[in-house]
Write a protein that binds this ligand. Structure first.
Ligand code: NAP
Length: 466
């Protein structure tokens, strides 16, 4: 709906506040034909971006960061009413987004190559933009995960079409207004950046299949990610997908710290975080102490309106998502799982829930994406390792131990993109390599690594230098 510098504003789709269930706005839902036209325009602007000097790309990114800073409270409020995220966490998301743009500004000036000596000549490498990037983003970090695609795309000189989730599109729309202002101030033709709102199975699907797109940069569910691997054809793809992230607590670990870390890592954004604690695997000898601590700590969490500064747990993205979770809890109980705390749902809100389950229980096997914590007792480290790896997912794993040998063994043998020692899996810095293996993804984000994914190495070989 922001295409070639024009806003296309229609009231096709309602945007709902997941906590109050009130309509907070309407958005345009682009047709496949309109999406194709927008992609064509973005393609025609590839050379504009490629030829922008690094210093211009740097100042565009720094100016976007400073505009976000000026609009911090407004953006945080938008995230909270659109995605149900508690306001204190939304403010942190906006702060991180500022950092993401600043990191990208640095890399705009650091797109370096190598030289390789040759008899009577030299080999040079340089990084060039891939061309036109199709970015598709999820609802759960509706600003910073957009930034993780837009900022490195600008740093590397790519033009872009962006499809934000129709479940929470408002932060991306506000960011687009900022980008429009900054690009205008630099006299950059606006067709380099296009925001395509609408339904994922229309707009997203067209982005994935369209031959003019050179790279699809996707963050979202494993299911959609798998469909992209089948539909994208001959284009570059990066996939940042879901997880069922184990947190292993061994008897020699610091149990008090493990408790705090687990509760934070499970209940952040009501469990709607790709690196949320998926399941705890705790050694038998310390399981009772750990569970008691987790229940006490969880009792302190305040459930309420995301706009209230005291709130720790807001709403899931839709009432249907909360209903799905309620059904999962019921299924888990039918399979022998015990509710140790919580278990209640009201509209889109699922109250923090702690479950005692075994490895075969439904909650041990899937990505729950909600404030429900399955705890599984294990007899030792080898059993923990076996079950931690016994999954199709491979995003993050956390380990609590004070035994350096066990820490290194687990770091080596856990089949995950990231292993956290003495932390929950729920840790990310925006400049670190981030991504999963197995069904959790392909490629890496974290600005420097996205810059590498979004650029190609060109090799120039110069012969016969006299
Ligand atoms: P989702 O349902 O997969 O949607 C992600 C995006 O894909 C949305 O923009 C969606 O649009 C679009 N989409 C839907 N169908 C499509 C299709 N057929 N072709 C192309 N695009 C399509 O995921 P979500 O529910 O928004 O987000 C939650 C998931 O994202 C979880 O699994 C979570 O673990 C994962 N995630 C991963 C990371 C990571 O970095 N690894 C980070 C955050 C979230 P509509 O919303 O308009 O349908």
């Amino acid at each position: 709906m922001f295409i070639n510098g024009e806003w296309v504003l229609r009231d096709d789709l309602k945007v709902i506040n997941p906590y109050t269930l009130e309509t907070i706005g309407n958005i345009t839902s682009l047709s496949r034909k309109e999406t194709k036209e927008a992609i064509k325009i973005a393609e025609e602007h590839k050379s504009v971006m490629k030829n922008l000097p690094p210093s211009t790309r740097y100042s565009i990114l720094m100016n976007i960061a400073s505009e976000i800073q000026k609009n911090k409270e407004k953006l945080a409020k938008i995230i909270s009413v659109d995605a149900g995220k508690p306001i204190r966490q939304s403010i942190i998301e906006v702060d991180r987004t500022i950092g993401t743009f600043k990191f990208a500004a640095f890399y705009a000036k650091e797109l370096r190559g190598e030289t390789i000596p040759l008899e009577n000549g030299i080999i040079l490498t340089k990084r060039e933009p891939v061309g036109l990037i199709g970015a598709i983003t999820p609802f759960n970090f509706p600003l910073n995960l957009v930034a993780h695609k837009v900022a490195p795309a600008i740093a590397t000189g790519n033009s872009l079409v962006l499809h934000p989730s129709s479940k929470a599109p408002m932060a991306a729309i506000e960011l687009t207004k900022i980008i429009e202002k900054v690009l205008k101030s630099k006299n950059v033709p606006l067709g380099v950046f296009n925001l395509l709102t609408g339904m994922g199975d229309v707009v997203g699907d067209e982005i994935v299949k369209n031959d003019k797109i050179n790279m699809v940069s996707f963050t979202g569910s494993v299911e959609v990610g798998e469909s992209i691997t089948k539909n994208a054809g001959f284009k570059k793809i990066t996939l940042e997908l879901g997880g069922n992230n184990p947190m292993i607590v061994l008897k020699d670990g610091d149990i008090k710290k493990a408790v705090k870390s687990c509760v934070r890592g499970k209940f952040l954004n009501s469990g709607q975080v790709c690196i949320s604690v998926g399941r705890v695997l705790v050694e038998d000898e310390v399981a009772d102490e750990f569970i008691k601590g987790v229940i006490e700590e969880t009792k302190k969490l305040k459930v309420g309106n995301p706009l209230d500064r005291e709130t720790d747990i807001g709403a899931l993205i839709t009432p249907e998502s909360a209903e799905r979770v309620e059904n999962l809890i019921n299924q888990s109980v039918e399979e022998g799982g015990k509710i140790l705390y919580g278990g209640k749902r009201e509209k889109s809100v699922v109250y923090p829930t702690i479950m005692d389950v075994n490895h075969d229980n439904i909650l041990s096997k899937i990505e729950i994406f909600a404030p429900v914590l399955p705890i599984i007792r294990i007899k030792d480290m080898d059993e923990a390792l076996h079950y931690a790896n016994n999954t199709k997912y491979g995003l993050h794993a956390g380990v609590f131990t004070n035994d350096i040998n066990k820490a290194f063994k687990l770091a080596d043998e856990l089949e995950y993109g990231g292993v956290l020692i003495n932390n929950s899996p729920t840790f990310r810095r925006d400049n670190m390599p981030f991504g999963g293996i197995k069904r959790s993804g392909m490629g890496r984000e974290g600005v420097k690594y996205a810059v590498e994914e979004m650029s190609e190495i060109k090799t120039i070989i110069i012969n016969n230098i006299q």
